[in-house]
Design a protein. Structure first.
Length: 181
């Protein structure tokens, strides 16, 4: 679990590359069928989040490992918000962070990296969401494209605050994920 916490911390606090004309748009080939995901992933995507969804920047300092939580946000906050080969992604708080595509006149090709937000704002406004197996290990499968999970998608997540989570790193083991506003 310490390794997962370290990976999540690195993804959350790494300075992001600035938007420029050399950026490459990373995304899903829309001509390819979306991945389906394992039974465990499908179970989490089929479940409905429960309770009032809080903003990440407000709840992160109020919860501790083991607490049940429901949060909302957008998949953003990093150039690569999906962890390759793992059922995990970064969820950003649109109340404190702004995707480049939401800034009039900004033509950034990777708007989900929030390159205009400071590292401090990104740290305070992100959570790492993961789907774990019965033993608490993150599933070894990517989530990008599965069940509508794409960069900048609006997402609501219910789950438990994971061991290793702190006010500086909000880590959630998801039990329900839904997409859409």
């Amino acid at each position: 679990m310490k390794i997962l916490t370290c990976i999540a911390a690195i993804l959350t606090v790494l300075p992001m590359t600035a938007c420029d004309s050399k950026s490459k748009t990373a995304g899903i080939d829309r001509g390819t069928p979306a991945p389906v995901g394992s039974d465990a992933v499908q179970k989490v995507l089929a479940a409905k989040p429960s309770g009032e969804a809080g903003a990440i920047h407000k709840v992160r300092t109020q919860v501790k490992p083991g607490d049940d939580i429901t949060i909302k946000g957008r998949i953003m906050g990093n150039l690569n918000p999906f962890v390759e080969g793992r059922a995990a992604f970064i969820l950003g708080d649109p109340e404190t962070m702004k995707a480049c595509s939401d800034i009039p006149g900004d033509s950034c090709e990777t708007p989900w990296d929030n390159c205009c937000d400071s590292p401090e704002v990104k740290k305070a406004g992100t959570a790492t969401i993961q789907i774990v197996d019965e033993s608490g290990k993150v599933l070894k499968e990517g989530l990008e494209g599965t069940g509508g999970l794409v960069k900048l998608a609006h997402v609501t997540v219910s789950g438990k605050v994971a061991e290793g989570s702190s006010p500086d790193l909000l880590l959630i083991n998801a039990s329900a994920i839904s997409t859409g506003k």
